[in-house]
Design a protein around this ligand. Structure first.
Ligand SMILES: Cc1ncc(COP(=O)(O)O)c(C=O)c1O
Length: 404
């Protein structure tokens, strides 16, 4: 019997406070089991999970394909280090490149680590091709991770202030503004780096024409275009990668989150033009680990075989239209595929999230007015309908309980 089931959530919270650093403000629930889009808490309550581990559980919870790959690989070889060749890594890379653009891959463990590597690629490329240029033009309200360089690329003062001084070389311009990017470029600039859809800060879509303008700008000015698809990738937006809606390809792309379907893994893809890393330049003990890459290969295969990219587009449209039907206080719904935000007319988003735990739906609040939904790609239309019904109830509860 598990601890939380026998002694209750409060006992677990006390132990966590004793042993785990207090970096997260958690919801008052312990999730103990999942299947598909559903999870169960320690009290046995069933919830529809419209957060999916924050865009991670693309195949849902406990997917058979991932379990089988884990078991298969675990009984063969868990880990070998990067001193030796290993087939699962090559298999995963080949499948990953097949969904994207001609490139070679570096595997790591997380989104931040992938972006950190992308920044290192840009710096080396700048030394080689742009006279030592190293500055990267980023976008306001970005999120690229929590390492020092990716916090600097993120540019949020709240995340930077406690850890000053920041690594230098990052400038920020307004969102979806190619003219501002162009104006920020000088001889020290080496790359432009952005998320095609900003995830952590509210599901903000860069227009396709902006993506094309940025590709042109990078070509004309001899810069690298680095796209952070850590959250927007793996089929979530209705294309394998969000930049594919615009018909362009980046020079460097990063991914993580959904790539392992719940098993930690990240990756950098570098097109031939940007493929500058050589032996000794970069490394990672667990990067490309047989267990993680065997799973990633399986996730890529399963998404393809189950047609989940087109499915995400269709169910995403359905989900968005159902959310619009909720009406007041939902004042706007935006997104692409299954990367969706519902904007509320009142500052009750955190209360809605709490109420959702009572009505049986998991959503995430970004700030006071925005709800984010990034569910597993296997979500069905009936499940989306049920999730929206439960969300509507949560909104009613939160509205009724809000102080006037
Ligand atoms: C766009 C984007 N980049 C990078 C990251 C950081 O990824 P990780 O938490 O795996 O380091 C995230 C995480 O939310 C993200 O959404």
């Amino acid at each position: 019997m598990s601890l939380v089931r026998t002694t209750g959530l409060d006992a677990l919270r006390e132990l966590e406070a004793q042993y785990i650093m207090g970096t997260y403000a958690r919801q008052p629930v312990a999730l103990v089991r999942g299947e598909g889009v559903r999870v169960w808490d320690s009290e046995g309550n069933e919830l529809l999970d419209m957060v999916g581990g924050i865009a991670v559980n693309v195949l849902g919870h406990a997917p058979a394909a991932v379990r089988a790959a884990l078991e298969r690989q675990a009984s063969l070889l868990l880990h070998v280090s990067n001193l030796y060749y290993s087939e699962p890594m090559v298999d995963a890379a080949r499948r990953l490149v097949g969904t994207a653009f001609p490139a070679r891959v570096f595997f790591c463990n997380s989104g931040a680590e992938a972006n950190e590597g992308a920044i290192k690629i840009a710096r080396k490329w700048g030394q080689r091709h742009r006279d030592g240029a190293f500055r990267i033009v980023c976008v306001e309200n970005a999120f690229h991770g929590r390492t020092l360089a990716t916090v600097a690329a993120t540019g949020n003062p709240r995340y930077m202030a406690p850890f000053e001084p920041m690594p230098e070389g990052f400038v920020h311009v307004g969102f979806d503004d190619p003219d501002a990017v162009a104006a920020a470029v000088d001889e020290r600039t080496v790359a432009v780096m952005l998320e095609p859809v900003q995830g952590e800060t509210g599901i903000n879509l860069v227009r396709d024409e902006t993506m094309r303008a940025l590709r042109r700008l990078c070509d004309e000015r001899g810069l690298l275009l680095i796209l952070d698809e850590v959250q927007s990738g793996m089929g979530r937006t209705g294309r394998w990668w969000a930049h594919q809606h615009a018909g362009i390809t980046p020079d460097v792309m990063t991914t993580a989150k959904g790539l392992g379907g719940g098993v930690p893994i990240g990756a950098i893809l570098a097109a031939p033009r940007a493929d500058v890393l050589e032996p000794g330049d970069h490394g990672c003990t667990f990067g490309g680990n047989p267990l993680a890459t065997a799973v990633a290969a399986e996730v890529l295969r399963a998404i393809d075989e189950q047609g989940l990219v087109g499915h995400a587009a269709r169910v995403g449209d359905h989900l968005q239209s159902r959310l619009r039907d909720l009406g007041d206080p939902v004042v706007a719904v935006r997104g692409r595929g299954l990367m969706v935000a519902a904007e509320l007319g009142a500052e009750i988003a955190p209360q809605v999230v709490r109420a959702g735990l009572r009505t049986g739906v998991i959503v995430n609040a970004i700030g006071q007015r925005t709800l984010r939904l990034v569910p597993p790609l296997v979500l069905t239309e009936p499940e989306a309908d049920e999730a929206v019904r439960r969300l509507g109830e949560a909104i009613r509860l939160a509205t009724a309980e809000a102080p006037r």
